[in-house]
Design a protein around this ligand. Structure first.
Ligand SMILES: [Zn+2]
Length: 102
């Protein structure tokens, strides 16, 4: 009977320890579509909303994506001479629309 075991214990018992290469395909799947349709969750206030509705402060160096509800910075996209850098802030979850929280 496993009723006394938290879900995380069961997951850990079946998890494989691998390196970061293992998540490349999963991340590509998440970001393959329209990123503005992804639903972001703010770790500061718990608000959820599609990225298209977030508040963004943009200048030549970076885009600060803020929670529309509490204004904390969810994440920052920093422009570079090459590919941009993503700096995560209050963002706790990013998921496709239609998928509920687990
Ligand atoms: Zn917030």
């Amino acid at each position: 009977m496993d009723a006394g075991h938290p879900r995380t214990d069961r997951q850990a018992a079946h998890a494989a320890l691998v390196d970061g290469n293992a998540v490349a395909g999963i991340l590509a799947d998440l970001l393959a579509g329209d990123a503005t349709a992804l639903v972001a969750t703010c770790g500061e206030c718990g608000a959820e909303g599609v990225l298209a509705e977030a508040s963004v402060e943009m200048d030549a160096q970076a885009a600060l994506v803020r929670c529309r509800h509490c204004t904390h910075t969810l994440f920052t996209v920093i422009r570079t001479d090459a590919l941009p850098i993503l700096r995560v802030g209050a963002l706790t979850e990013l998921r496709p629309r239609g998928h509920s929280r687990r």
